[in-house]
Design a protein. Structure first.
Length: 268
């Protein structure tokens, strides 16, 4: 089990799979590397994929310390690249993973080839935040109601119904790592809420693609032009009708454009 060591001594678990130029895939808040399971093979067919368990999740260390932040998570990624012997990699981050990727590209530009930011935002006062109805749904006391609300924020009702018909009781890898202790979940939430890359984004030198589902209310698509407007020469790609987990439900629409973007030109 490959384990890198972060600057504070925390063990960071990661896995590699595939062949070709390296591609780091960064998952969302309170999620481990399994977030990417449904689509990882498609990327591994063309790239050497690197998936990471953020600190607090999966096989990584779980310190109950004030070391959880999006710039800090970015430094953890650098530790993984160093341990794996990778000088520069493409990076595809979704949700909080996209927030981490922003600081990775801005603060460590020599480590990032091409950058894809999915279903994410710049954070801070300039971002468009989720509405009060979404916050209320996620703040319910009943955990089953919260789970259902989160599923409906991630996926369209029709797709969820079809999944229930085809695979009753199936596991969803976008709902959080069930092994996380409560303190780590709180620290992940705080890190995501405190993210503010507005001043850092103009420093991003990597060619960048911003991807988002048009019907995402968990992290509103209005953040797309904000990100693209701050990152020099960034491109955008919207997935019609998709919600937050566009990369899974709409993989047949979203994966190939991302692969095409990452493939040109090759890493120097």
């Amino acid at each position: 089990m490959p384990l890198a060591t972060a600057a504070d001594g925390t063990a960071i678990h990661y896995l590699t799979h595939g062949s070709g130029d390296p591609l780091v895939l960064l998952s969302g808040q309170s999620n481990d590397h399994h977030w990417w399971d449904p689509v990882r093979d498609a990327f591994a067919a063309r790239f050497t994929t690197v998936v990471i368990d953020h600190r607090g999740t999966g096989g990584s260390g779980r310190p109950d310390t004030d070391t959880y932040s999006t710039p800090g998570f970015a430094r953890d990624v650098v530790a993984v690249l160093d341990h794996a012997g990778i000088g520069r990699a493409h990076v595809y981050g979704t949700s909080m993973g996209g927030r981490i990727a922003q600081f990775l590209a801005a603060d460590h530009p020599d480590r990032v080839g091409r950058l894809v930011l999915g279903c994410t935002s710049p954070g801070g006062p300039h971002a468009v935040e989720r509405g009060p109805a979404v916050r209320a749904a996620l703040g319910q006391a009943d955990p089953d109601a919260v789970r259902r609300a989160l599923l409906e924020l991630m996926y369209t009702p029709g797709w969820l119904a079809e999944q229930e018909r085809l695979r009753p009781g199936r596991e969803y890898h976008t709902l959080g790592d069930p092994t996380m202790p409560a303190y780590a979940r709180r620290r992940h939430l705080r890190a995501s809420n405190r993210h503010d890359a507005w001043d850092a984004l103009p420093r991003v030198k990597a060619p960048t693609l911003v991807v988002h589902g048009t019907d995402d209310t968990f992290n509103p698509a209005a953040n797309v032009p904000l990100l693209a407007g701050r990152i020099p020469d960034a491109r955008t790609f919207l997935v019609p009708g998709a919600r937050h987990a566009y990369f899974e439900e709409f993989a047949d629409v979203a994966t190939e454009p991302v692969l095409a973007f990452l493939a040109q030109p090759p890493l120097p």
